[in-house]
Design a protein around this ligand. Sequence first.
Ligand code: DGL
Length: 270
Amino acid sequence: MAVGIFDSGIGGLTILEAVQKRLPDTPFVYFGDNAHAPYGVRTHDDIFDLTTAATQRLWDEGCDLVILACNTASAAALKRMQETWVPPHKRVLGVFVPLIEALTERQWGDNSPPREVAVKHVALFATPATVASRAFQRELAFRAIGVDVEAQPCGGVVDAIEQGDEILAEALVRSHVEALKRRMPHPEAAVLGCTHYPLMAATFQAALGADVKVFSQANLVADSLADYLHRRPEFAGPGTQSRYLTTGDPVSVSSKATQFLRKPVRFEAA
Ligand code: DGL
């Protein structure tokens, strides 16, 4: 009954940790495409090709359900995958919708018309590809009206995290928050729209100020996955083993993952 978790690199481990805690008896196979990270500066076609290759690898591991724990792949490739590529007996789900449901105070499956919500000024931090896709604003517009979204493409942050350079990542986060605040001085909420960014959550919160509510995805995705598997248990695939796979160098990816998660993680070659 294994479930696949995919990210371009180590960011999706923030989601994996939360889903493991929520579903302790479910084996998870993690796939980090570290050899090709960052995705956030690639074309949509490129992101589609890489994401489908990784998803196929997770299906080969017995994961009939794959979570794209990557906003960039969810924004740039998921719709096309679902429309043209995923066969009827498999599922691929993204990480956007649970977050937007939380922001707009909706339950899963509430398809009522868009309505006014409490939060009016939202700062979105994401990769350049995610920001360019406008997928966040599109999903939000289905559910809410009157929300002003200011998006900041956070160039360089994923690269710095993948290289294990925490100091550079912190400096970049501070400068991206300053840039956003010049355009939206008082956001009420901020969305960390990249699964690498929770690794920098404290820096985002400090730069934004304590009065800004920071939404990050891990627990929201975990709740949503538990709910999905409860409704559709047939999509827990036949795999039985938890594994960490990477297209990068397993030794260096394991050491970066261990540094960021502050617990030992051992990757194998994908
Ligand atoms: N963690 C991915 C995301 O959520 C990172 C994208 C990248 O590789 O640039 O968008």
